[in-house]
Each structure stands twice: as structure tokens, then as C-alpha cells.
Ligand binder design. Structure first.
Ligand SMILES: NC(=O)c1ccc[n+]([C@@H]2O[C@H](COP(=O)([O-])OP(=O)(O)OC[C@H]3O[C@@H](n4cnc5c(N)ncnc54)[C@H](OP(=O)(O)O)[C@@H]3O)[C@@H](O)[C@H]2O)c1
Length: 256
């Protein structure tokens, strides 16, 4: 499994992190990078228990604690059950990474409400439910890091992604509002907006579309999950206590 770099080993020592959708793709790289930084990590997944367990084992091999926790983040009861299980294991959460997301692409004219709702329920409502579950205790303790994984698509729009773009743009408004509400309580709230990153979300797109996208990226390459993970570790650290409400682009210059 690729490493996100060891430049800042142990800057997160003693912290407890939750990564939604930590079983695959960007979430997996984030979970590993946070653990490399010294954090214990709870790895949320929806269906793919085996993949989540592989991530947990890799983290335990580093000498950090890891826990896998199943929950469909669009379901508030499941999120509360997950929170209780995590708190039973670790007794607090310092870092919440709202990463889990899906896309169901269709041009707007062909997009039914069900397809719209499916994406908004996970990508936006999921962040609401998870933040509800953990933010209150962070405020009460006077420390916390909430990092929302948005997308360049929420900043630029993208053909066939009205549902996804709307949810990812809304996450930015959510981030900026919570940043203001929590600023006096030591809880920072920031977003990372990845461009096109090499995960199943991108490798599944037709070659022709991939070539069209590559042509628009000034760095002429897709990003790697580890590129995003390093940005998250930075925002999760104690060094960034005066940064809040920020949107950190990780997009190879696609949107500046
Ligand atoms: N890849 C990109 O180019 C790109 C660009 C910009 C932003 N992003 C954003 O980055 C995040 C991660 O993307 P990715 O490419 O790594 O995706 P991915 O490879 O498809 O992985 C998605 C992850 O989310 C989990 N998940 C999906 N629905 C869930 C639900 N209802 N409840 C809990 N977990 C759920 C999956 O769990 P299971 O393994 O159990 O299915 C999996 O761990 C997403 O928010 C995505 O929108 C991605």
C-alpha cells in the first residue's frame, strides 16, 4: 500500500481520527497517512468490510490503534451507532474526515429525483450526520479538526453531475459556516477540494473522457490519493490552529 510520505512523522501523536469511507481510494490513503502521523484511526465503511480490515491491519502494523466501523452515513441511526462504538473503543474523537462519497451521473434532463437524492443523501447529508455526531464533544473539549472532502466539481460544475456538484458545492458553504460557529471553541473546519484523483471513481470513466480531462489539467496527470491525504494531515495537525473555513485545492492547477 502506498505511503503518503513520512516528512511529519508523529505530528498527530495521541489524536483519534475518524475517516468516513476509509476502506478504499482517497479515504484509505487518508486513514493511512493520519496513522503514519501518529493518530489512532476509526475506519468507516459501508459494504466493504474486508477492504476496511486490510487498512486497519496496515495501521496496526505501524503500531497505531485501528477500528473498523460499518455505517451507511446517510442513515442517522447508523451514524449514532457507529459513534457509540468508536467512543467505546477510543473515548473521544479529535479529527473527523468527512470523506465518503458517491456519484450517479446523468445529464440533468435524464436525472430523476431518486438519482439526485441518492448522491445528496451520502455526499451532503452524510457529512451533516457525522458532524452532528462528533462536533459537540469537540467544542466541549476545546479542540477539534473537521475536514470535509469536497471536489473541484463543486467549484467548476461538470456535465452530467448536477447532483454531485450541488452536494460538493454545498459542503463548502457548510464548511465556512461551521468554521465561523466553532472558531471560538478551538475546532477548525476546513475543506479539501481534490481534482481528478486516480481511484475507482476515475478509473471507471471511459478512456475518451479521461483524455479530455487530462488535456485540461495543467500538470497533465491525475492526482494520487496520497496527494489528497497529505493535505488532510496538514489540516488535521496542531500547526494549523489558525486556519479555518479554508478550501485547499489539490487539483494540479485544474481550477485556481
Ligand atoms: N476520485 C476523485 O477523482 C475525486 C475527486 C474529487 C473528490 N472526490 C471525493 O473524495 C471522496 C472519496 O472518493 P474516492 O474516489 O476515494 O471514492 P471510492 O474509491 O469510490 O471510495 C468511496 C468510499 O466511500 C465509502 N462509501 C460510499 N458510500 C458510503 C456510505 N453511504 N456510507 C459510508 N461509506 C460510504 C465506500 O465504502 P465501501 O468500500 O464500503 O463501499 C468507500 O470507502 C468522495 O467524497 C469523492 O466525492 C474524489
Amino acid at each position: 500500500m502506498a505511503s503518503a510520505g513520512k516528512g511529519d512523522a508523529m505530528r498527530l501523536k495521541g489524536r483519534v481520527a475518524v475517516v468516513t469511507g476509509g476502506s478504499r481510494g482517497i479515504g484509505r490513503a487518508i486513514a493511512l497517512a493520519l496513522a503514519e502521523g501518529g493518530a489512532a484511526v476509526a475506519i468507516n465503511y459501508q459494504r466493504n468490510k474486508a477492504a476496511a480490515e486490510v487498512v486497519a491491519q496496515a495501521i496496526e502494523k505501524m503500531g497505531r490503534a485501528a477500528e473498523v466501523c460499518q455505517a451507511d452515513i446517510s442513515n442517522p441511526e447508523q451514524v449514532l451507532r457507529m459513534r457509540d462504538a468508536i467512543l467505546q473503543r477510543f473515548d473521544r474523537v479529535d479529527i473527523l474526515v468527512n470523506n465518503a462519497g458517491i456519484h450517479r451521473d446523468k445529464s440533468f434532463i435524464n436525472m430523476d429525483y431518486e438519482t439526485w437524492k441518492a448522491v445528496v443523501s451520502v455526499d451532503l447529508d452524510g457529512a451533516f450526520h457525522c458532524t452532528k455526531a462528533f462536533a459537540g464533544a469537540m467544542k466541549a473539549r476545546g479542540h477539534g479538526r473537521i475536514i470535509n472532502i469536497s471536489s473541484v466539481v463543486g467549484q467548476m460544475g461538470n456535465f452530467g453531475q448536477a447532483n454531485y456538484a450541488a452536494a460538493k458545492a454545498a459542503l463548502l458553504g457548510f464548511t465556512k459556516t461551521l468554521a465561523k460557529e466553532f472558531a471560538s471553541k478551538g475546532v477548525t473546519v476546513n475543506a479539501v477540494a481534490p481534482g481528478f484523483i486516480e481511484t475507482e471513481m476515475v478509473t471507471g470513466t471511459p478512456d475518451e473522457v479521461k483524455q479530455q480531462v487530462l488535456a485540461q489539467i495543467p500538470m497533465h496527470r491525475f492526482g494520487k490519493p496520497e496527494d489528497v491525504a497529505r493535505a488532510v494531515v496538514f489540516l488535521a495537525s496542531d500547526d494549523t490552529g489558525y486556519i479555518t473555513g479554508h478550501v485547499l485545492n489539490v487539483n494540479g492547477g485544474l481550477y485556481v
